[in-house]
Every structure is written in C-alpha cells, then in structure tokens.
Design a binder for this molecule. Structure first.
Ligand code: 5AD
Length: 350
C-alpha cells in the first residue's frame, strides 16, 4: 500500500505521528492521498458533530495595531492602512444584527490597540453578555497581560483566539520584527488555557520561509497544546507588507493540513477561514469537505470592512458577509451540510 495512506491510517489510529512521519506526508502527497485524508477526516468529524456547521459572527473591533508583523496589512508600519475603532454602541449593534440572523457566538477581533484598556473592554463584554446571555463570546485581541486576560474572562469572555503562527523559533523570528519570540507567544497561550478560556491557536500555510519541517512542528505543537479550536489558512500577500512578492499558500496543502488536524484532534472546532475562501472561490466549501466544521462570516459594520485588510483581496462580500447568511446556508446545503443556530461549544472529550 502507498506509504502515505499507511501513515494516515496510523495517524487516525494513534492520533499522532512522529515529526519525520508528518514531514513525509506534508512534503510529498498526491491527489489520491488528499482524497483519502479528506474522506477519513469527514467521517471522524461526522461521528462527533454530524452534518452541523457552526457559525461565528466576526466583529472587527479595531484596525489600529501596535505590532509590526511582516506579513500583515494592518501592521503599525503600514502608513497606508486605514485605521478605525468601533464604539461599544456599534459593537452592540453588530451583535443585535447577528442575533437576529441566528448567530450565537460573537468573535471580537482586532489589532493590539492600547486604546482598548481593560476598563473599556470589561464594560463592553459585560454589556454583550448581559444582552445576549445565551451567546458565547470569543476574543481575538492579540497579546495582553495575565491580569488583563483574567479581567476579561471574569467579565464573561468564554474563548480566546491567539494563533502561534509557526512552531519553529527561527521561523517565528523571520515573520516578526526583531525581538519577538515564539516562547513568549506560547507562554500567553498557556496562560489563557490556565485561566479557563477555551483556546484557539493555529498558523498560516505557505508563509515565507516555511518548510515541511515547520508544518510538522506545527502539528506536534498542536498535539501538545490540545486546543479547543484550530484556525489555519493560506498566507496571502499584502501589497504594503515586507512579503508583498511572496506567493499565496497552496490550497491543496491547506486542505491536507485541515484533514491532518481533524485526524489528530477529532473534537476540535476548525474554521474554513476567510483566507482559504479568498485564494479559492470554493475554498470554504473545500475546507468543510476536508474536515472543517466552522465558518466565521463578517458581522462588522459595512463601512469598516474594507479597512480591516490583513491581506490583499480579502473576501468580505457574498457568503463571507453575515447579512448574506442565506447564501452561505445554501452553499453548505449543496455540499450536504447545514448551518445551525447554536453556540457551537467544543464537544466533550470522550
Ligand atoms: N495572510 C494570511 N493570514 C494572515 N494573517 C495575518 N496576515 C495574514 C496574511 N497576510 C492571519 C494571522 C493572524 C490572523 C488574525 O490572521 O495568522 O493570527
């Protein structure tokens, strides 16, 4: 039998592989391997989550960012980036719109913006949770202090997304300006877990200087962290970033990584990301068919969507837009799935 199929079977059985084994598959797979991985990932996802697709309403709070990540369009050094901040009232307006559409999880995401003090965020979180007690609230606001994570958790935030971006320290240094260390990022992720958040981490596929070894290390790190959520998507260049001339990450490689993650962490909540939908018009559907079970339509006020540009051509119209949920529902229905009105909490680990 084909060696990769043997490895995929081993991954399904043991829920882990060695670094060398991951590198073998990731570095060299064909369409048959991809099909096999996808079929197994779909079956495993279905056993746990059925045909349900969870939706999250993404509210992009601020495009100000103190960080200067070399891949990102809203990095502080990009003088051409358009900056905005939402008020509490605007965020609550988004929540209302989302609730009426059937969203039961809000994801408040933004750059690392010092304007949003704990005081401002605690007030916002409390108000969201008071108004929508049956909804889960996810934060994705980058690195903050331990004290801050605790205050926001106590105010009612349930989940936190903080991607590790890459599991190799040298690679991490190549993607971030001088002085930023993977070890610090990992300490933050562990801190969030300890406080009690359901945690999401993840990485970009095809970021500059990434090798199969980096992706194998990403898998081993995910295994170790065992996060409730895993967000991955292809790197997409931004014309005003250091990496403007690098190509986008491969769709097939992203799909293979999605399937590998589902095989390794069967209960995890995995979005088919906007970046995947950006590089391939059918990317989100392909992501779902490869093992993902979450989509995160854009619930931000329409006039700010074109300002939260992490990469070029970011999709925020059509089925990426929360108000076009019916389109997303029918796209999902066409491939055999259904969007549910549900918080979409992590499945209890068996
Ligand atoms: N391409 C793809 N993903 C990107 N992100 C930031 N910039 C890009 C890009 N150019 C991802 C990062 C970050 C998440 C919010 O968006 O992984 O954690």
């Amino acid at each position: 039998m084909n060696r990769n199929i043997t490895l995929l079977q081993k991954l399904e059985q043991n829920r882990s592989l060695s670094k060398e084994e991951f590198m073998e598959i990731i570095g060299n797979f064909d369409q048959d391997d991809l099909t096999y991985a996808r079929e197994r990932a779909r079956e495993i996802r279905e056993k746990i989550y059925g045909k349900a697709i969870f939706i999250r309403g993404l509210i992009e709070l601020t495009s100000y960012c103190a960080c200067d990540c070399l891949y990102c369009g809203i990095r502080s050094g990009n003088m051409n980036a358009k900056r905005y901040r939402l008020t509490k009232e605007e965020v609550l307006e988004c929540c209302k719109k989302g609730y009426d559409l059937g969203f039961r999880t809000y994801v408040v995401q933004g750059g690392e913006d010092p304007y949003f003090t704990d005081e401002i965020l605690v007030d916002m979180i409390q108000e969201i949770k008071k108004s929508y007690p049956d909804c889960a609230l996810t934060l994705s606001l980058g690195e903050r202090s331990h004290d801050s994570y605790e205050k926001l958790y106590d105010a009612g935030a349930d989940r936190y997304l903080l991607r590790h971006e890459t599991a190799m320290p040298e690679h991490y240094r190549k993607l971030h300006p001088k002085g930023e260390e993977l070890s610090v990022r990992l300490a933050h992720i562990n801190d969030l877990k300890k406080i009690g958040y359901a945690v999401g981490t993840g990485f970009m596929v095809g970021s500059p200087f990434q090798t199969p070894e980096c992706l194998a290390m990403d898998m081993l790190l995910l295994k170790e962290l065992n996060p409730e959520m895993v967000g991955i998507g292809p790197f997409v260049p931004h014309h005003d970033s250091e990496f403007r001339d690098y190509p986008s990450g491969s769709v097939d490689l992203t799909l293979m990584m999605l399937s590998l993650i589902r095989l390794m962490l069967p209960e995890s909540l995995i979005p088919a990301t906007t970046s995947l939908g950006t590089v391939d018009g059918k990317g989100r559907e392909k992501g779902i068919l490869s093992g993902a079970n979450v989509v995160m339509p854009n619930l931000s006020p329409k006039d700010v969507r074109s300002k939260y540009l992490l990469y070029d051509n970011k999709a925020f119209t059509g089925s990426e837009a929360a108000e076009s949920l019916s389109m997303l529902k029918s796209n999902m229905f066409d491939i055999g799935f259904h969007v549910v009105v549900d918080r979409g909490d992590p499945a209890a680990v068996k």
